[in-house]
Design a protein around this ligand. Structure first.
Ligand code: SIN
Length: 325
């Protein structure tokens, strides 16, 4: 049984489960892929990590249990509302979120943009399912809680803790389908590292212009699609999206993953200029990662879409601004 004096000394943390490989189990069926993501509940995951109870008093909540390829706006809204609810409680020091690796960077950046307190939100994930002999989930969860309880983590916003590294939500991206250190923060590099009980921070995250944004109600998210520039891209897809009266909700924005430098095929460009004339907002990213430049340009295409979604939902779109001056 817990010693009450020890209890009051330990910070209180909430771990929110959303699924992913970290909560995955092997199928044992040779006709199936090796495992199914999002099976175990967050309580099951924590039970296998006794060291956690020395660090913090842990509360848990199962927000979803899915393969993060299926992440959607209703889960995002619910997750952000639960994070805001818990962090508004004076006795809660931080939230930790277990998630799938595939859309981790999108959820992390969404939470970064709607985050309103200086308490940390620490996301983690795993490349191996919970039933693997060399599962990386328990260590990543332990590291995530270690980061979450550190006073140095105050003010960092939403960060991802994976394979001993602490990544800013703005910068982190999944870069390997199989390596255990599957995540990178590109040329900016991680914010720091967690090594045993030591958190070493090398830099602070960038500030986010316009943030915090309101959390959109589940039914109020606008439609923003991503189109890819490539050899022979003639803009047909753009024209089909803009001219389709059946789209519900209708198209409000496009993010284009352009070439390395963010340029697009001249026929794609003509289609995008036409889209802008029809009232569709167009933002340009690069298909190889963040473009150099201003705050919005330092985002890859999926994160630029998250920002555009929140700006459009908050009516903070820059009216009449053309991406093709
Ligand atoms: C997922 O993203 O939910 C499945 C893949 C993973 O977590 O590695």
């Amino acid at each position: 049984m817990d010693n009450p004096s020890k209890d009051s000394a330990r910070p209180q943390i909430v771990v929110l489960g959303t699924g992913g490989t970290i909560a995955g189990t092997a199928t044992g069926d040779p006709s199936q892929p090796g495992y199914i993501a999002g099976v175990l509940r967050v309580d099951d995951l924590l039970q296998g990590i006794p060291a956690l109870s020395r660090l913090a008093r842990i509360h848990t909540e199962q927000v979803a249990n899915l393969d993060s390829k299926d992440m959607d706006f209703s889960v995002w809204t619910h997750l952000a509302e639960r994070v805001a609810h818990w962090l508004a409680q004076p006795h809660i020091a931080a939230c930790v979120i277990s998630h799938g690796t595939d859309t981790l960077e999108e959820t992390a950046y969404f939470l970064q943009l709607v985050h309103r307190t200086n308490k940390p939100v620490v996301l983690t994930a795993a490349m191996r399912p919970a039933t693997a002999l060399d599962a990386d989930g328990p260590q990543n969860l332990l590291d995530a809680v270690r980061v979450a309880v550190k006073p140095q983590a105050l003010g960092l916003g939403a960060v991802c803790v994976l394979h001993g590294r602490v990544h800013a939500a703005r910068d982190v991206t999944k870069a390997s389908t199989h390596r255990m250190d599957a995540f990178t923060s590109g040329e900016r590099g991680p914010l720091g590292e967690i090594d045993g009980d030591s958190l070493r921070l090398w830099r602070q995250p960038a500030t986010e212009p316009g943030a915090p944004f309101a959390i959109p109600p589940a039914e109020a998210w606008p439609r923003v699609e991503i189109v890819l520039n490539h050899a022979g891209a003639d803009g047909t897809l753009v024209r089909c999206l803009v001219a389709n009266p059946a789209l519900q909700p209708p198209l409000r924005g496009l993010v284009v993953a352009g070439t390395g430098g963010g340029t697009v095929h001249q026929r794609m460009q003509a289609a995008l200029q036409w889209a802008e004339q029809q009232g569709v907002r167009v933002d340009i990213a690069s298909r190889i990662g963040p473009l150099r430049g201003g705050a919005e340009d330092g985002l890859n295409a999926v994160k630029l879409r998250v920002r555009q979604l929140l700006e459009l939902a908050s009516h903070e779109d820059t009216q009449g601004r053309s991406r093709f001056p």
